[in-house]
Design a protein around this ligand. Structure first.
Ligand SMILES: *Cc1c(COP(=O)(O)O)cnc(C)c1O
Length: 381
C-alpha cells in the first residue's frame, strides 16, 4: 500500500467535509434549496475576496475567468498593459491578443517582481490605457507581486480597469479587493478554495461595470451581465456545477470558521517552514527574497540531480506529488504547493520524502536537517 499526498499548487487537497458535501444527492438548480446554496457561496466569496462588489461564479476552470475578464471589460483595439513574470501573465497576454486588443507587455524574468514604478510611468505616457493586468501570485515562479501599490496607481485613471489574477492569491495571501481598488479579481476552485477543479469566481467593481457598458467584444457564456441578473435571485443563467457549489458553500464555511487572518498566518508559517527546510538541506530557493509568496515554494534542483527523476521518485516511491517546473524551468526547479487545506505535518512529510529521495539520488547533505529546520519554524508560535 502507498498513501498519497498531493503537494501541488492546484489541484490541491480537498477536505473530507467538502468531498462529502459534493457527494450529496443531486438537487435541481431552479429550487429554493439551490438558491440557498448560491446565497451562501456569494456571501462567503465576498468575505474571502474582502469585497462588496458583485461576485460572479462560472462553471469553468480559472482560465475561463481570465478570458471573461478580457471579453467583458474591453473593446477591439483597446490599449492594455499586461505585466508578465511567469506563465500566467503570459496567458493573459495571449488571451488579450486573441480578442484583438492593443497589447503592451512589461516583461520580466520569472525570478523578478513586477516593477510598479514602470506601470506608473507607462500610464503617465499612455493615459488612454484601458486596462492593467497583473498576476498577484505567479504560480509558475512563486513570486508575489504588489497589487496594492498598482491599485493606487491605476485608481487615478477613471477609464482604466485593474485586473488581478489572484487564482493562487485568494485564500492564501492578503488580497483586499475593495481597499486596494482591485476592479476585477479572479480565482479558481482547485486552489485556495479547497475544491476539485471546475469553478471560477470573479469580482466586478463599479468601474469594471462601466467598462462593461463600453465593451464591444463578443461574449455569450461568460457575459457578466447574464450572471449579475441571475445572482440577484440567487441563481445562475445556465446549468451550474451544482455539486461543486454545494462543496464551495461547505469550504467557505470552513474558511469563515478559521478566519482570514488565521488562514494567512497559517500559509505564512507553512511557506516559511518549507523554505527553511529546503535551505537547511542545502537547496536554493527560486523566488527572490523581496517577492516570495506563501502559496507555492519553487526550489532549484541541485547540481548533478535530475529534476524529473526527483519528482518521479517522490511520487512513485514515496507517494508525495510535487510539481515540476514549467517551460524553461522544467526539470530545473520543483514546486511544493501549500495553499488551501494544508497543515504543518504535510510539510514535514514532504520534506522527509524530499530528503529520502535526494539521498537515494546521491545528493550529499545531513539527513533530517530539513525536517529539523521546518519543525523549528512550526514550533515557534
Ligand atoms: C491555476 C491558475 C490559473 C487558472 O488555471 P486553470 O487551469 O484554468 O484553472 C490562472 N492563474 C493562476 C496564477 C493560476 O495559478
Amino acid at each position: 500500500m502507498k498513501k498519497n499526498y498531493l503537494m501541488t499548487p492546484g489541484p490541491t487537497p480537498v477536505p473530507t467535509e467538502v468531498m462529502l458535501a459534493t457527494a450529496r444527492p443531486m438537487i435541481h438548480h431552479r429550487t429554493a434549496d439551490f438558491e440557498a446554496v448560491v446565497s451562501e457561496c456569494v456571501s462567503g466569496l465576498k468575505y474571502v475576496f474582502q469585497t462588496e462588489n458583485d461576485v460572479l461564479i462560472f462553471a469553468s476552470s480559472g482560465t475561463g475567468a481570465m478570458e471573461a475578464s478580457i471579453a467583458n471589460c474591453f473593446s477591439t483595439g483597446d490599449k492594455v498593459l499586461v505585466c508578465q513574470n511567469g506563465k500566467f501573465g503570459e496567458r493573459m497576454a495571449q488571451i488579450a491578443e486573441v480578442y484583438g486588443l492593443d497589447v503592451h507587455v512589461l516583461a520580466y524574468g520569472w525570478q523578478e517582481v513586477v516593477n510598479t514604478q514602470q506601470i506608473a510611468d507607462f500610464l503617465a505616457e499612455n493615459p488612454d490605457t484601458r486596462g492593467v493586468i497583473v498576476t498577484q501570485s505567479e504560480t509558475s515562479s512563486g513570486v508575489l507581486n504588489d497589487v496594492q501599490t498598482v491599485g493606487q496607481i491605476v485608481r487615478e485613471y477613471d477609464e482604466c480597469v485593474f485586473i488581478v489574477d489572484s487564482v493562487t492569491g485568494i485564500g492564501a495571501v492578503e488580497c483586499r479587493t475593495d481597499e486596494w481598488g482591485l476592479d476585477i479579481v479572479m480565482t479558481g476552485s482547485q486552489k485556495g478554495l479547497m475544491l476539485p477543479p471546475g469553478l471560477a469566481a470573479v469580482s466586478v467593481s463599479a468601474k469594471a461595470w462601466a467598462a462593461y457598458e463600453r465593451s464591444n467584444l463578443p461574449k455569450f457564456y461568460f457575459d457578466f451581465k447574464k450572471y449579475k441578473k441571475s445572482i440577484v435571485d440567487n441563481t445562475t443563467p445556465f446549468s451550474p456545477a451544482i455539486s461543486l457549489m454545494v462543496g464551495l458553500a461547505e469550504s467557505l464555511r470552513m474558511m469563515r470558521e478559521e478566519g482570514l487572518e488565521n488562514i494567512f498566518a497559517r500559509h505564512a508559517r507553512l511557506a516559511e517552514a518549507t523554505r527553511k527546510g529546503c535551505e537547511a538541506i542545502g537547496l536554493e530557493l527560486f523566488a527572490p527574497d523581496e517577492g516570495r509568496g506563501n502559496a507555492v515554494t519553487p526550489v532549484w534542483v541541485p547540481e548533478g540531480i535530475d529534476g524529473d527523476q526527483l519528482v518521479n521518485l517522490m511520487k512513485e516511491k514515496h507517494g508525495v506529488t510535487i510539481a515540476d517546473g514549467q517551460d524553461d524551468y522544467k526539470g530545473r526547479i520543483f514546486r511544493v504547493g501549500h495553499l488551501g487545506y494544508f497543515s504543518g505535518f504535510d510539510i514535514i512529510t514532504t520534506l522527509a520524502a524530499l530528503e529520502m529521495s535526494l539521498a537515494e539520488l546521491g545528493f550529499d547533505f545531513e539527513p533530517g536537517s530539513g525536517i529539523k529546520a521546518a519543525e523549528a519554524v512550526l514550533m515557534e508560535q
